[in-house]
Design a protein around this ligand. Structure first.
Ligand code: ADP
Length: 369
């Protein structure tokens, strides 16, 4: 199912009278069957957006469409969505089976729908009870927790509990799956494993899925598309690699980066790009003369063996090692400092002069703020 947001806005009234605009005129289309990473720093409006799509928060302004249907005023239980929360939100006193079956057994609308489905008998179940059991078992199978159906949530690991929560969300065959930071309570190893599981489950079911995360690596790893928000405003939407290669602005460039990014001063003059005062690259297309900010990702700056065309010289000022990553800081001819990954050369000495190169397509040029 396609999800479309039109000028979606949420303002929270604060005690000090001035309201907080958590989501600001968001226009978005999420195509059917896609896995979307809704991304941005804490407080940028991700959860508020998700909760409006879910029907948990009222909207202040704007519209929400599922395909062509306006669902803006529809209550949460009528939207046909599955929800997964950061803290799993399982019922501790119920078994895994009962937790997964809960949405099937405790909603009048759902019961009506299931009875109808059973009557039409698309399943091979001999009776209604067996039909429900099959739905629960199918969901458990999909998330690979069939061995734990009799256990209580407290007897499972965090990763297993999150799988139960996912099974509970998908057992009712939702048209849209909404996940709010589903991985952030898991340790690093489980996070990667569960992240890949979410991808597999989403691909297997084909359910349009929106996953909120503040972790860009997580979003880039599994999303078909990422949506980047800042201060409630849409910054960019696109395939992870496209957003990485062509960030819409400095914020996106800094946020969507495998390593970090240098922002240095440059200018455009007579269709050439200058790094500091150094003439550097002819521009592929004419641009107005102006001061610019140049974004250079650490991982895209390489040592050149010799002083080849379009290389630039710099002298080593410091080296650092954080975790397994080794970096070197260098000073450019005009005094600006940049950092790059120190991939190979552990023997670099301070003040040593280096020739550096950057692939033209990895140079990001931004208007100055
Ligand atoms: P994110 O999920 O990106 O961390 P949120 O959507 O939770 O961000 O919050 C966006 C903004 O709205 C923040 O400034 C937050 O403080 C504010 N906010 C969120 N929920 C409420 C609420 N119930 N009442 C008042 N302000 C809220």
């Amino acid at each position: 199912m396609q999800v479309r947001l039109e000028q979606l806005t949420k303002a929270f009234e604060s005690r000090k009278k001035d309201s907080v605009i958590a989501v600001n005129k968001l226009d978005l289309t999420i195509e059917s069957g896609k896995l979307i990473g809704l991304l941005g720093p804490s407080g940028c409006g991700k959860s508020t957006t998700l909760f409006m799509v879910a029907g948990i928060h009222d909207v202040t302004d704007g519209k929400i469409y599922f395909d062509d249907r306006d669902v803006t005023e529809l209550s949460a239980d009528k939207r046909g969505i599955g929800l997964v929360f950061q803290n799993y939100a399982l019922y501790p006193h119920l078994s895994v089976w009962d937790n997964i079956a809960f949405p099937l057994l405790n909603s009048k609308d759902m019961k009506k729908r299931l009875k109808k489905q059973f009557a039409e008998q698309h399943s091979n179940s001999p009776n209604y009870k067996a039909y429900i059991n099959k739905l629960v078992e199918d969901a458990a199978k999909l998330v690979e927790i069939t061995a734990y159906l009799d256990r209580k949530p407290g007897e499972l690991s965090g990763g297993q509990q999150q799988r139960v929560a996912i099974a509970r969300a998908i057992v009712k065959s939702p048209s849209i799956l909404l996940m709010d930071e589903p991985l952030s309570n898991l340790d690093a190893r489980l996070r990667i494993q569960t992240r890949d599981e979410i991808k597999r489950i989403q691909q297997q079911t084909g359910i349009t899925t929106i996953m909120v995360t503040h972790d860009q690596e997580e979003a880039l790893a599994i999303s078909d598309e990422v949506i980047v928000l800042k201060d409630g405003l849409l910054q960019q939407q696109g395939a992870p690699q496209d957003v990485y290669d062509n960030p819409a602005n400095q914020f996106v460039a800094e946020f969507i980066s495998r390593s970090q990014i240098n922002m240095v001063h440059g200018k455009i003059a007579t269709n050439k790009l200058y790094l500091g005062q150094e003439e550097w690259f002819p521009l592929p297309a004419p641009l107005m003369d102006q001061e610019v900010t140049i974004g250079l990702r650490y991982e895209n700056i390489k040592h050149a063996m010799e002083n080849i065309e379009r290389s630039f010289t710099a002298s080593v000022t410091a080296k650092a090692r954080i975790g397994g990553i080794s970096t070197v800081q260098v000073r450019l001819a005009d005094g600006q400092q940049i950092t790059l990954l120190n991939d190979h050369d552990e023997s670099l000495r301070e003040s040593e002069r280096l020739n550096l190169v950057v692939k033209p397509q990895s140079i990001l040029v931004f208007n100055q703020k």
